[in-house]
Ligand binder design. Structure first.
Ligand code: FMN
Length: 365
């Protein structure tokens, strides 16, 4: 199997022309209001032109109260539709499937951005790990945010995108529901696995009912990221989660590994890598995308050979927008950090994203 081969998604019947996904990457290039800027559109369009079969946007907020950082893309109001529509058109014209990652920060939304104490599945005074404090969500809050996710997806569909990805990874609101160490709800959304996954099921069911079968719904998740343990409970729950998502008929799952070579904390499932184990549990009707330090042609081959259906490229896509188009071409050579700022800017990376990337030691010369 080569990463140049196309992939058809069995439920939506959409087709990616190869196995490369632009990983969702926050680039802080949106306008202060959350409206798409030309810099952000150009950044994504350039990767579509470079051959990424699927182009994902950064995490985009589904409500003002869930904003995670300044310059975040917003999909929470109809006034953003004109910009979103132009982006969807440009990505489609360049041949990519277009996916908006939909996101709510939960307790990680900064007070000064959202104008109040953020909410989550628990309450807390400000601490080192809960910097703004947290107010426990009421049933009304949970039902309202469920609706926000669904309405955001409807807007994304209206704009002409091929689908959405729920950001269920990295400890943001959806992951806060999932994590038993953080979810202290005692109602229908807390306690059992069934209850902690209810918001995923309700959001997916709602989007499917409103957007139909041909609109793609994917879910990004972090295996073992929250409170990894050595007895295998968290990995076992991750596998249950994958199974549940298969039952919900999502179009794809997207595992955020940070490093595709990573081993599980627990050895309950044998000596394989996390990726090996997850690939054993994937469903033939639900392609699995894997992300994390895929930085060389050999990594792409190894991840596909391990059984992943697609590779998501993050940091390497910043300086190598043409990697997918040139994959397999021996005259093409990947560029590695440190990069000069001028070179990165030439790859359709705007000033604001360059500023954000400066926090990565070793990225720039
Ligand atoms: C600048 C930057 C911004 C990111 N923003 C997001 C995001 O908005 N949503 C998300 O799910 N992951 C985000 N990630 C994680 C990436 O999608 C990816 O999983 C991670 O960088 C590992 O892949 P890589 O080693 O190829 O970079 C971000 C990563 C980087 C470097």
């Amino acid at each position: 199997m080569s990463a140049n081969e196309s992939l058809s998604f069995p439920l939506s019947l959409k087709r990616s022309h190869n196995r490369f996904v632009l990983a969702p990457m926050t680039n802080t290039q949106s306008l202060e209001s959350g409206e798409l800027s030309e810099d952000e559109a150009a950044w994504l369009e350039r990767r579509a032109q470079g051959g990424f079969g699927i182009v994902m946007t950064c995490a985009a907020r589904v409500s003002a109260f869930g904003q995670g950082w300044p310059g975040q893309l917003a999909v929470d109001r109809d006034e953003f539709l004109p910009g979103l529509t132009r982006l969807a058109e440009r990505l489609s014209a360049a041949g990519a499937l277009s996916i908006v990652q939909i996101h709510h920060g939960g307790f990680r939304s900064p007070t000064d951005l959202i104008g109040g104490v953020p909410y989550s599945t628990f309450s807390s005074e400000p601490t080192k790990s809960v910097p703004y404090g947290a107010r426990q969500m009421s049933e009304h809050d949970i039902e309202a945010v469920t609706q926000d996710f669904i309405e955001a997806a409807v807007r994304v569909k209206k704009a002409g995108f091929d689908g959405v990805e729920l950001h269920g990874a990295h400890g943001y609101l959806l992951a806060q529901f999932l994590d038993p160490s953080v979810n202290q709800l005692t109602n229908r959304w807390g306690g059992s696995f069934q209850n902690r996954t209810r918001i995923f099921r309700d959001v997916i069911t709602g989007i499917r009912a409103a957007c139909g079968q041909s609109f793609m719904i994917g879910v990004r998740f972090s295996p073992e990221d929250n409170q990894p343990d050595s007895n295998g409970a968290h990995l076992a729950e991750t596998l249950d989660f994958m199974n549940l998502m298969h039952q919900c008929s999502v179009d794809f799952l997207h595992v955020s590994l940070w490093d595709w070579r990573k081993s599980p904390v627990s050895k309950v499932h044998g000596d394989g890598t996390l990726l090996d184990i997850l690939c054993c549990y994937k469903s033939p009707t639900c392609p699995l995308i894997a992300a994390g330090k895929i930085a060389e042609n050999a990594d792409v081959d190894a991840v596909i050979n391990a059984g992943a259906d697609m590779v998501a490229i993050g940091k390497m896509a910043i300086a190598n927008p043409d990697w997918p188009r040139r994959f397999g071409d021996s005259s093409f050579h990947l560029k590695y950090p440190p990069y000069s700022e001028s070179y990165v800017k030439e790859q359709s990376v705007g000033e604001s994203f360059v500023t954000y990337l400066r926090r990565w030691e070793g990225f720039f010369e």
